[in-house]
Design a protein around this ligand. Structure first.
Ligand SMILES: [Fe+2]
Length: 277
């Protein structure tokens, strides 16, 4: 059985979300994942971007363009990334607009990569790879997926079923070639992405496949924050069946001056049987 955990949108930064101090929030995240790993060991952890707010188009701007510059991505990699169940792999979000060289230097990993965990191939695509190394604050530039690069990863790891991952898949900006690839390639079981901070399972455009959203460990943009509270996505593959749910952590939060309480639970369950590849 292949078992992997996916997290995203942890947003290590100067802000306090839902009333929880930044360091305590991220310490809680690694403690809960360590606990989950002890109870049920996995083949590894994937981090689908927005570990920071280093590049940001609003208010005081991203900390990477402050004077002096601050890289909360570098801090995350030193302090919290090693505390995640290993091996762990990371791809950049729209708030990490580091060019390939600096990203590699900070994280020790490329901005896009393919990794095998158990019996699954995870292709981690670089969605916000436009306008990197910016000198002005922005929320990043999405570029359509590089289908040639994805096909090269498929060819390099023949036979393995695939979860296609990115910080975000925007089917309103995607090419027909990418939609066809997702629709017609039987090895692609599902997509996984963060960015929205939502934990639900949504259609991947008109491809007939789904995007497993990876929620957040920062804040929810939902009217009711409990609908997509801090947590991570669990994913299992037994060779025929893909199973996934979002594991919600417990805690007290504040939204618009009102306190709310969340009990630990699971939500957004997904189960699909695939023909033998
Ligand atoms: Fe994002």
């Amino acid at each position: 059985m292949t078992h992997v955990r996916l997290i995203s949108d942890t947003h290590n930064c100067h802000q306090t979300f839902h009333g929880t101090d930044n360091d305590r929030r991220l310490d809680t995240m690694t403690a809960l994942l360590t606990e989950a790993e002890a109870a049920e060991p996995s083949q590894g952890t994937l981090v689908l971007g927005d570990v920071s707010l280093d590049h940001w188009g609003w208010n005081e701007g991203g900390s990477r363009l402050w004077n002096p510059p601050v890289s909360r991505t570098a801090e995350f990699m030193k302090r919290w990334f090693p505390a995640l169940p290993q091996p762990a792999y990371i791809t950049a979000g729209n708030h990490e607009q580091y060019g390939a060289a600096e990203w590699q230097q900070i994280t020790g990993q490329p901005r896009e990569q393919a990794v095998v965990l158990g019996e699954l191939l995870f292709i981690l695509c670089d969605a916000f790879r436009g306008d990197l190394d910016p000198t002005e604050n922005s929320d990043g530039t999405y570029l359509p997926m590089d289908c040639c690069w994805i096909r090269r990863q498929l060819d390099a790891y023949p036979g393995l079923p695939v979860i296609l991952c990115a910080h975000y898949f925007d089917f309103t900006l995607e090419t027909d070639a990418f939609a066809s690839l997702v629709k017609e390639e039987p090895r692609i079981l599902a997509l996984a992405a963060g960015h929205t901070h939502l934990s639900g399972i949504i259609p991947a455009g008109d491809t007939g496949k789904v995007i497993l959203q990876t929620g957040n460990f920062s804040y929810s943009g939902m009217k009711d924050p409990k609908e997509s509270y801090r947590g991570w996505r669990e994913l299992w593959w037994d060779g025929e069946k893909l199973t996934s749910w979002y594991a919600v952590s417990d805690g007290n939060g504040v939204r618009n001056g009102e306190t709310f309480t969340v009990e630990a639970h699971t939500q957004d369950h997904y189960e699909a049987i695939f023909p033998r590849l």
